[in-house]
Design a protein around this ligand. Structure first.
Ligand code: ATP
Ligand code: MG
Length: 424
C-alpha cells in the first residue's frame, strides 16, 4: 500500500470549520485599518535571500537558523519570506512609493520559519503586518498602539493582552550600552547558556531576549538600555508614553524588550498574553528608521508591527466570531420535473436577492435523506418542491428552527416573504 501523504510538519491546513473565525477576525482587523487610513499592499511570498540577510541581520535567529532557502532553476538563491517588513520596504523602494510623503500600509499572509513546531509556533504561520513610512514622531507610534487596542476591544480580548514597551535609542546609544552589557555578561561567562555565550560577541542585546529560565536572574541584573538614552531619545519615548496616558492605554515598561530583529531603534513594543504558554507574544513591532536607507532607498523613518494570526486566534477559542452564518434556505426537491423547475426558481431568487443564502440540494435522494441534510446545514427554512408543486408552479416552505406549519406559496408569495420577512 502506498504511504498516506501528509502536510509538511509545522504547516497546517485551515479547515472549513475554522475558516469562519479567520474570516470574521480578518474582517474586523481590516475594517479598523480602513477606518484609520491604512492601504493594503500584496507582496510576493518568495524574495531573494540577500534581502533578508541585509535587512533582518546575519546574526539573528531568523537568518541563522530559520529561513527556508533554496536555489531555483536559474541558480538564484531565494527564500520563503520569514516576515513581511523586508519585502514591503523592497517594494516601496522599487516602485518609488516613498517619494509621496507619508505611507501607511498593511498586508496579510503566510510567513515561513524553520522552527521547532509547538503550540503557537509553526513553520508556516500568518501575519498581519503594518508599516508606516515617512514620519518620525512618537505620534504615529502611538497611533499604531491605538489601532491595536481598538482591535482587542472589538475582538473582546482587551483583558487578555498586556502592552510592554521599551526604547532602543539610537545606534550610538546602543553601542555605548553594548560595551557595558558585554562587560557585564563577560564577568558571568560561565553562567551563560550556549546560545548566550555565542551571542556575547555577535549580538549581545539578544541575550536579554533569552527565554531560558535559568538566565533570567542574570538578565535581571544587567545594565538597562533606557539609562543610556540621550535627551532626544528620551523625549521621543516620553512623547509616546504621554499619548498612551492621554488615551488611557495601559502599558508596562520592560527594559529587557529588545526584539529579535536587527533593524529596530527607539520605540519597540509587544502585546503579550499569559494564556498561550511560552508563545506569549501576539503582536510585536517598533521603529526602524535606518532600514530603508540600508536597503538602498533614501533615508525614510518608519515604524511597524506584525500580528501573529494563529496566536490571536488561539485567544479567541470559543468566541462567537467562530460562528458561520446559517443559510436562509435549503432547497429540497424530488423528481425530474421538480429538479428542473426548482433549479430555475433558485437562480431567480439568487439573482434577485444578493443577500440571500440558499443551498440547492444536488445528487438526488429521498425527501427524508434530503431533510436530514437540510437540518444539518443549519438553514432556517426548507424550500420543498415535488413534481406536484412543480406542475402547479408552487413551493412549500417549512420552518426548520422554530415550530410552525409548512405552507404552500406561489413564487410571487415566496418573493414577498423574502422581501418583507426574511431579509429585513
Ligand atoms: P518569538 O519570540 O515568539 O519567536 P519573534 O520575535 O520571532 O517571536 P516576530 O518576528 O516579531 O516574532 O513576529 C511577530 C509575531 O509573529 C510574533 O509576535 C508572533 O505572534 C508571530 N510569530 C512569529 N513566529 C511565529 C511562528 N513560528 N509561529 C506562529 N506565529 C509566529
Ligand atoms: Mg522567533
Amino acid at each position: 500500500m502506498s504511504q498516506k501523504l501528509q502536510a509538511v510538519r509545522g504547516m497546517h491546513d485551515i479547515l472549513p470549520d475554522e475558516t469562519p473565525l479567520w474570516r470574521n477576525v480578518e474582517m474586523i482587523l481590516v475594517q479598523e485599518l480602513d477606518r484609520a487610513g491604512f492601504d493594503e499592499i500584496r507582496l510576493p511570498i518568495v524574495e531573494k535571500t540577500e534581502l533578508f540577510k541585509r535587512s533582518i541581520g546575519e546574526v539573528t535567529d531568523i537568518v541563522e537558523k530559520e529561513m527556508y532557502t533554496f536555489q531555483d532553476k536559474s541558480g538564484d538563491s531565494l527564500t520563503l519570506r520569514p516576515e513581511g517588513t523586508a519585502g514591503c520596504v523592497r517594494a516601496c523602494i522599487e516602485h518609488g512609493l516613498l517619494r509621496t510623503g507619508q505611507l501607511r500600509l498593511w498586508y496579510l499572509g503566510p510567513m515561513f520559519r524553520h522552527e521547532r513546531p509547538q503550540k503557537g509556533r509553526y513553520r508556516q504561520f500568518h501575519q498581519l503586518g503594518v508599516e508606516v513610512f515617512g514620519t518620525s514622531g512618537p505620534d504615529i507610534d502611538a497611533e499604531l498602539i491605538f489601532l491595536n487596542a481598538r482591535w482587542w476591544q472589538r475582538l473582546g480580548i482587551a483583558d487578555k493582552v498586556e502592552l510592554q514597551i521599551n526604547s532602543l535609542g539610537t545606534l550610538d546609544e546602543r553601542r555605548a550600552y553594548r560595551d557595558d552589557l558585554v562587560a557585564y555578561f563577560s564577568t558571568y561567562e560561565d553562567a551563560l547558556d550556549a546560545d548566550s555565550r555565542r551571542r556575547l560577541h555577535t549580538n549581545p542585546l539578544r541575550i536579554l531576549d533569552s527565554k531560558n529560565p535559568e538566565m533570567q536572574g542574570l538578565i535581571e541584573g544587567a545594565p538597562k538600555l533606557l539609562d543610556y538614552l540621550g535627551e532626544s531619545s528620551r523625549a521621543h519615548f516620553r512623547g509616546f508614553t504621554d499619548l498612551l496616558d492621554a488615551v488611557g492605554v495601559s502599558y508596562v515598561v520592560n527594559p529587557r524588550l529588545v526584539r529579535g530583529l536587527d533593524y529596530y531603534g527607539l520605540t519597540v513594543f509587544e502585546w503579550v498574553t499569559s494564556e498561550l504558554g511560552a508563545q506569549g507574544t501576539v503582536c510585536a513591532g517598533g521603529r526602524y528608521d535606518t532600514l530603508v536607507e540600508q536597503l538602498g532607498g533614501r533615508p525614510t523613518p518608519a515604524v511597524g508591527f506584525a500580528l501573529g494570526m494563529e496566536r490571536l486566534l488561539a485567544l479567541l477559542e470559543g468566541s462567537q466570531l467562530a460562528r458561520k452564518e446559517a443559510p436562509h434556505f435549503y432547497l429540497v426537491r424530488v423528481g425530474a420535473a421538480a429538479e428542473r423547475a426548482s433549479t430555475v426558481l433558485a437562480e431567480t431568487l439568487r439573482r434577485r436577492f444578493p443577500g440571500l443564502r440558499l443551498i440547492v440540494h444536488c445528487g438526488g435522494g429521498s425527501f427524508k435523506s434530503q431533510f436530514k441534510k437540510a437540518d444539518k446545514s443549519g438553514a432556517r427554512y426548507a424550500l420543498i418542491v415535488g413534481d406536484e408543486e412543480a406542475a402547479a408552479g408552487k413551493v412549500a416552505l417549512k420552518p426548520l428552527r422554530e415550530t410552525g406549519e409548512q405552507r404552500i406559496l406561489t413564487q410571487t408569495e415566496l418573493i414577498e416573504f423574502i422581501e418583507n420577512r426574511l431579509l429585513v
